[in-house]
Write a protein that binds this ligand. Structure first.
Ligand SMILES: [Zn+2]
Length: 208
């Protein structure tokens, strides 16, 4: 899943990996709390120092980037912004995160993986590049695709990902099949309700 065919304009550094790992940890800690939106982590860095960090708020808003940029304030000018998912580009109730990065004067956007949402899908990175922001794409892509597996599954199929996992807190809900519906009908209903990751009953796993 590539954001863009453009090659990265500079090599990925050990600091890039370190700060993206921090952003991923923030996002993983919010998994199961942000449906229908993805759990995103964002770390803003000046030089070798993180000056602000945030994850998508419970309930899906505000997004990670807007919170981190607000915390950084004027210090975000010239900063590197690490995000676990391509910043959104859709103008809805609030301006998109890509516009917020541009307005804040960020120098670089370091992105783990692209957003398959049809309202985004490469437009976030295109907006950054058009504004003169250096975009580094694919940093910790495999980890980000694991993080976003539920969100990506719902975008692709309309249904949530069903996972067998004993750990609490990683799921939007448990999969509960009503008395008058099939397994598939339950997935369709829960997908329409915005669920992205469900804890499945034993023996009914359909995904990772
Ligand atoms: Zn956003």
């Amino acid at each position: 899943m590539s954001v863009s065919p453009d090659p990265n304009p500079r090599p990925v550094t050990p600091d890039d990996l370190r700060f993206m790992d921090a952003a991923l940890a923030l996002a993983f800690a919010r998994l199961g709390q942000t449906a229908p939106n993805p759990a995103v982590g964002c770390v803003i860095v000046q030089g070798r120092r993180a000056i602000a960090a945030a994850a998508t708020a419970a309930g899906g808003r505000p997004h990670a980037e807007t919170q981190a940029l607000e915390a950084a304030g004027a210090a975000a000018r010239g900063a590197r912004v690490y995000v676990t998912l391509e910043p959104c580009a859709h103008y809805g109730q609030t301006p998109p995160c890509a516009a917020a990065l541009i307005a804040a004067g960020a120098a670089e956007g370091i992105i783990a993986c692209g957003d398959p949402d049809p309202r985004g899908a490469g437009r976030g990175t295109a907006m950054l590049r058009e504004a003169g922001i250096t975009v580094i794409d694919g940093v910790r892509r495999a980890e980000a695709e694991t993080l976003n597996a539920g969100f990506f599954t719902r975008i692709a199929t309309g249904r949530p990902l069903v996972v067998q996992d004993g750990r609490p807190g990683l799921f939007d809900a448990d999969l509960e099949i009503g008395p008058d519906e099939s397994f598939e009908q339950a997935l369709d209903r829960l997908g329409r309700a915005g669920m992205t990751r469900l804890r499945g009953p034993a023996g009914r796993a359909t995904g990772r």
